[in-house]
Design a protein around this ligand. Structure first.
Ligand code: TXA
Ligand code: MG
Length: 317
């Protein structure tokens, strides 16, 4: 069932209730409407990719009302703190190193060892985050490849019944997505230009990479050097296992003989498989096995994204 409600006190309560139960809620932010989900739930995060129809697992931005919420999840250095003091709440997203102990879904980071975070300025978004108490991932609330929504009705038209609730907080005042600044290495770099411009950032932390992405094509997160790939060799479309191989299985019938078997989804559910993908890859990589074999994944729905990610992991393995 989809509802669209005004973002009054009741709307906020209802939204938080649904989010806690693992559902998706479209929420207003100052930039664009976001499709929000509990950032700590693999299943809820997988649902986002499914609803957006993203062919790849593009990493998501984690939204919090206060950076302290992510104390155990990310590393905040002096540069990040200065930018937070200067621009939050507001349309600036920071890409920061992810702690190994992070409880945010690995799927939200798309397997990278970084996490993008921001505190939005819209009062309704802030109220939801505060009431929720925990982090929410929220990509723009449009289907992949469509234009970002800046009014509740855009979301309703684009996502329809695939979203549990659309919270109407009026038209977005900024209207373009947040600036994304990579602070995960020594040289800060703008990955996506937005309402907070380079000069403002430089006033807070000094000069940033001249090769910033303001004019050229945006750097694909899939090409970042911190991109996660298993250290063991990964073999795709395996229908049998060799001695010493660990198996990443999919579906009810897995070949026998693997050193270790983790099943992405015994019931061949692609959302469940997406939710398990990165954590199972990591676990197999840590195991005693010599290498990893992955069973074939069907190409429809989220399968395309899972295949894409497995292909990248295999190429670097
Ligand atoms: O204004 C916004 O940022 C909106 C509102 C809803 O907050 N959200 C948004 O999310 O635009 P999305 O998913 O449509 O765009 C997120 C961008 C993508 O370009 C993604 O590649 C990048 O941020 N990104 C996210 N996590 C990243 C990471 N760990 N490293 C590099 N880039 C990342
Ligand atoms: Mg988007």
């Amino acid at each position: 069932m989809t509802g669209e409600v005004a973002a009054g006190e009741q709307g906020v309560e209802q939204a938080v209730q649904l989010l806690r139960e693992g559902w998706l809620v479209a929420i207003p932010t100052e930039t664009v409407y976001g499709l929000a989900a509990d950032a700590r739930s693999d299943d809820a995060v997988a649902r986002i990719f499914e609803v957006k129809g993203r062919p790849k697992f593009n990493p998501l931005i984690c939204h919090v009302h206060d950076i302290a919420v992510l104390e155990d999840d990310i590393l905040v250095d002096g540069r990040a703190q200065r930018l937070i003091d200067a621009f939050w709440p507001g349309p600036l997203t920071l890409v920061l190193p992810r702690r190994p102990s992070a409880r945010i879904s690995l799927l939200a980071s798309a397997g990278l060892d970084t996490l993008a975070v921001r505190t939005p300025r819209h009062p309704v978004a802030l109220k939801i985050l505060e009431t929720m108490g925990g982090p929410l991932v929220a990509p723009s609330a449009n289907r992949s490849g469509r234009i970002s929504p800046t009014q509740a009705v855009h979301v309703q038209n684009d996502l329809g019944s695939d979203v549990s609730l659309v919270l109407d907080g009026g038209p977005c005042t900024v209207g373009v997505e947040s600036t994304v600044l990579d602070l995960s290495s020594a040289e800060p770099r703008v990955l996506r230009p937005g309402a907070i411009v380079r000069e403002q950032i430089e006033r807070a932390i000094g000069p940033i990479e001249s090769g910033a992405q303001n004019d050229g094509p945006l750097k694909s997160p899939g090409l970042l050097s911190s991109h996660y790939a298993p250290s063991k060799a990964l073999r795709l479309n395996a229908t049998a296992v060799a001695p010493g191989e660990a198996l990443l299985a999919f579906g009810p019938e897995a070949p026998k003989g693997a050193a270790l078997v983790l099943n992405l989804s015994r019931s061949a559910n692609l959302r469940e498989a997406a939710a398990n993908l990165f954590s199972m890859l990591r676990e197999l990589d840590r195991s005693e096995a010599n290498s990893i074999a992955a069973m074939p994944i069907p190409g429809e729905g989220l399968g395309e994204a899972i295949r894409d990610r497995l292909k990248r992991a295999a190429a670097r393995g």
